[in-house]
Design a protein. Structure first.
Length: 261
């Protein structure tokens, strides 16, 4: 029987049972897409990440329980944690090749820094249709692959109760709701029921949209962010031109094997 190593890592967390859990499967060569999708569905986490070596670099792919996605922050952080902590990687930074172009992750102490592309977004002229679907007062809406909905304050984000079936009708991978934070620069939550993730605990890729918006609105390039899911997550972000640096910690929850065949 073939055995495949698997790790489960709590990303954007400094202790277990916080942040966002991701499954990490290091490979020497790609499995079939069907097998990787089946593994992700079996894990039933918001993301399962696979990577294979390419010389001193890696190619990386991410799967929700229902489909492959173009970019995922917390699972990339989790993969980097496994490389550094469990697989003996020693270089100053890890370079990944992905559907979203080149990515890199560096480590300083127990903190990992993702170097991701900033995602340009377009402001929608009207909020009426989306406001009706969400059932909350909306200030602004910005659209990229995900839709970013700006609410009045932190309480509005925390108290938001979505209708997931209605969210599936929105033409976007997922919906971010965000507002100024009381003890941080910004807060957010992320919902992607269309790809099998009703609410994601901490979403690195969403900050590729959030950081450029809040950097301009607040007039600062370094931002402290909280994601207000039940598990909660803390992110330290910086805008560098067309790149976003997103930093956080990670903790290993599980090491094991998947039996294939």
């Amino acid at each position: 029987m073939d055995k495949l190593a698997i790790y489960q890592v709590d990303a954007f967390a400094s202790e277990l049972f916080r942040g966002n859990p991701a499954a990490v499967c290091p490979l020497q060569q790609w499995l079939s897409d069907d097998i990787m999708q089946a593994i992700a569905a079996e894990n039933n986490l918001s993301e399962t990440v696979f990577f294979v070596p390419e010389g001193e670099e890696f190619h990386i792919r991410w799967f929700t329980p229902e489909r492959e996605v173009n970019l995922c922050g917390h699972a990339t952080l989790a993969a980097s944690h496994v490389l550094y902590e469990h697989l003996g990687y020693e270089r100053a930074s890890i370079k990944f090749h992905s559907r979203s172009g080149p990515l890199s992750v560096s480590r300083a102490g127990d903190m990992y820094q993702l170097n991701f592309p900033a995602r340009p977004s377009e402001r929608l002229a009207s909020v009426d249709e989306v406001q009706k679907i969400l059932g909350v007062k909306v200030q602004e809406i910005w659209k990229a692959e995900d839709m970013m909905v700006v609410l009045e304050d932190e309480n509005a984000v925390r108290d938001f109760q979505p209708d997931h079936e209605k969210l599936k009708k929105i033409d976007a991978r997922g919906v971010i709701v965000t507002a100024p934070g009381r003890n941080s620069d910004m807060v957010s939550r992320f919902f992607a029921p269309a790809v099998g993730v009703p609410e994601d605990p901490v979403t690195g890729s969403a900050h590729c949209i959030l950081v450029p918006y809040w950097a301009e609105r607040l007039g600062k390039s370094s931002l402290h962010a909280f994601q207000l899911s039940r598990r909660g997550g803390e992110l330290f972000c910086e805008l560098h031109g067309d790149r976003v640096h997103i930093s956080g910690k990670a903790v290993t929850y599980l090491e094991g094997y998947i039996t294939l065949g």
